[in-house]
Design a binder for this molecule. Structure first.
Ligand code: AGP
Length: 609
């Protein structure tokens, strides 16, 4: 996810652009840049780093003009670097484009453009837009953008300015948000509402497949076909603070709801629609190296460690590879027996967790191959590992990790299929079937989120608890651990996740009417055993909240509360089962008056040992 901002008016654009990008910095902060048009001349300033770094650069070399566009980047194609930062220029440096999204067919477009003599400077998908628009520019900027977009597949929110038409911004949207603000003789363009709300509440929402030609006099909106559209101007009454959260009360809730799109973005551009071939640009493992891997070790902390536990099941099941999961802090101080045929997979949202970084260094010192599954491009662990697969969840602001976790599971699932295919264990058809099921998950989560009011009601009942037990079997066990961690983190209720089969070896002594027990009771080969565990709890007066599969008719006779989740194939059930537990923890914390987004004693990224 990236942030785009534009200004067109009668004041100097620079302060608006900087302020707007700061408001959008949560959408991406590995590099930033702006471009202005002053007396018909284009000026560009960009750098790696945060908006504050760009601000320092501009203090040394300011640029001016009453029209400009800006971008804060969340790298997907091409590492964070000066050349890869936006805006991107055409060959003649007479137009620039900023873009949020993924151009899926950028490789073929780049080859064609290079073949026609275009010179590329960056490794980004975005730059193909600048060169495509250049080719049609003679017909006018709007025409050039529209013609170019007819050749593009993928998602975009973009803004373009050119020296040839100094009084206008052309913008377009497909799959990534873009809003036009109408001020008093000023126009604003933004990836989201918070960045323009302080200037105006009068906005036009661009919809998918729409383009806008913005000038001081008017905003004209068209479809990709070129047909003029009559768009109404809406009025936003949000207060700026709540708008940062997109109208949600907390970032954690917003990010729980962002999971369907976060999973879509993580899949996007990595699975070829027809062949279902999986490719990760920066995995840095050849087929031969993959075939030589004889063991996998996941290493991580906290929620990411739980993702590793799911990875253990998936790699053993789909790739038939011996797999272990290690707490990073333990791994780095043991004497792990690993070598050049071991693949160590570091799972980390922030890419800055000190223990996980040390584990990667330990693995590298023993010649193991290392890859990072990471949500922050250019982060330390992403750079230190031999290869990286990014989750494209967008910045996760809430300390309690939610969308990072489900996108980690998405990547791990695809990796396990990739390894299974490379090791000759999964046919193309089987892979296609498994990927089709994954592609259905976002919509199933959207369906699941409709049960939010029911989960909030259950949270009401549990908010007075002082302890809680979460039980699961198979892949339900890591989800039980994750549900317990969520509850602990944000509500300060002591909660433990346990393998359900372990109940009789101790924890059952804890069961009484004051101990709520959350049970992952999903259909599958362990279902009958789980029902037995529920009976054990009920027989001792415990109250059972079950997460069950839609259509399960038996569970209603056993559990006190039931949260049904849509059916999917068993390897994907964790992606769905975790969502009600995230919501349960969130609503219990809210009802207990806890600071959900910044829980006490916690930090979003633990960069100390
Ligand atoms: C999860 O909700 C916690 N915030 C925490 O356990 C987190 O998962 C852990 O600190 C690891 O962080 P990382 O994924 O950024 O490495």
């Amino acid at each position: 996810m990236c942030g785009i901002f534009g200004y067109l008016g009668y004041k100097d654009a620079l302060p608006f652009l900087i302020e707007g990008l700061k408001k959008l910095e949560y959408r991406g902060y590995d590099s930033a840049g702006i471009a202005t048009l002053d007396q018909g001349k284009l000026f560009v300033s960009k750098c790696v780093g945060k908006i504050s770094d760009l601000e320092s650069l501009l203090q040394q070399k300011p640029i001016s003009g009453e029209l400009g566009i800006g971008h804060t980047r969340w790298a997907t194609h091409g590492q964070p670097s000066h050349l890869n930062s936006h805006p991107h220029e055409d060959c003649n440096s007479e137009l620039v484009v900023v873009h949020n999204g993924i151009i899926e067919n950028y490789l073929e477009l780049r080859q064609e453009l290079t073949g026609r003599g275009h010179k590329f400077k960056s490794a980004t998908d975005t730059e193909v837009l600048a060169h495509l628009i250049e080719e049609y520019l003679a017909g006018g900027l709007f025409h050039a953008v529209r013609k170019s977009l007819l050749m593009v597949r993928g998602s975009y929110a973009l803004a373009v300015i050119s020296e040839r038409e100094p009084g206008r911004i052309v913008a377009a949207r497909h799959g990534s948000p873009l809003i036009i603000g109408h001020g008093e003789n000023e126009k604003f363009l933004s990836s989201d509402i918070p960045a323009i709300l302080k200037y105006t509440g009068r906005v036009i929402y661009l919809d998918n497949g729409e383009l806008a030609e913005i000038s001081a006099e008017e905003t004209r909106v068209f479809g990709l076909s070129g047909k003029a559209l009559d768009k109404e101007v809406s009025f936003i009454s949000w207060d700026p603070e709540s708008a940062e959260k997109g109208g949600y009360s907390h970032f954690m809730l917003k990010e729980i709801h962002e999971q369907p799109n976060a999973i879509r973005k993580t899949i996007e551009g990595r699975v070829e629609a027809d062949s279902h071939k999986i490719h990760f640009d920066e995995l840095n493992l050849t087929d031969a190296e993959i075939k030589k891997i004889d063991r996998v070790v996941f290493t991580a902390c906290g929620t990411s460690w739980h993702a590793g536990l799911i990875g253990e099941y998936l790699f053993e099941r789909l790739a038939k590879l011996p797999t272990e999961v290690e707490y990073a802090a333990e791994f780095r101080y043991r004497d792990p027996i690993i070598d050049e045929n071991t693949l160590v997979i570091a799972v980390t949202q922030s890419g800055e967790t000190a223990d996980t970084l040390a584990a990667v260094w330990e693995a590298k010192s023993r010649n193991a191959k290392t890859i990072a599954i990471c949500n922050v491009a250019g982060s330390t662990i992403a750079r230190e590992a031999h290869g990286v697969v990014y989750t494209n969840a967008g910045p996760e602001i809430g300390v309690a990790s939610t969308k990072a976790f489900t996108t980690q599971l998405t990547v791990i699932y695809l990796l396990a299929i990739l390894f299974g295919k490379r090791r000759g264990l999964i046919s193309n058809n089987e892979a296609a079937e498994m990927i089709s099921r994954l592609v259905e998950v976002p919509q199933k989560i959207e369906q699941l989120l409709l049960s939010e009011p029911r989960i909030e009601a259950i949270a009401e009942k549990l908010s007075g608890a002082t302890n809680a037990l979460y039980l699961g079997r198979g892949k339900g066990f890591p989800i039980a651990l994750e549900g317990a961690l969520k509850l602990k983190e944000v509500s300060y209720i002591h909660a433990e996740g346990y393998p359900a089969a372990e109940m009789k070896h101790g924890p059952i002594a804890l069961i009484d009417e004051n101990m709520p027990v959350v049970v992952l009771a999903l259909s599958g080969r362990r279902y009958d055993k789980i029902l037995g565990n529920i009976e054990e709890v009920k027989a001792r007066g415990g109250q059972v909240i079950a997460v069950a599969s839609e259509g399960d008719t038996m569970i209603a006779e056993k559990a006190d509360e039931i949260i049904y989740i849509p059916n999917t194939i068993e390897p994907l059930s964790p992606l769905l089962a975790v969502v009600p537990l995230q919501l349960l923890a969130y609503y219990i914390a809210v009802k207990r008056g806890c600071h959900v987004d910044q829980p006490r004693n916690l930090a979003k990224s633990v960069t100390v040992e």
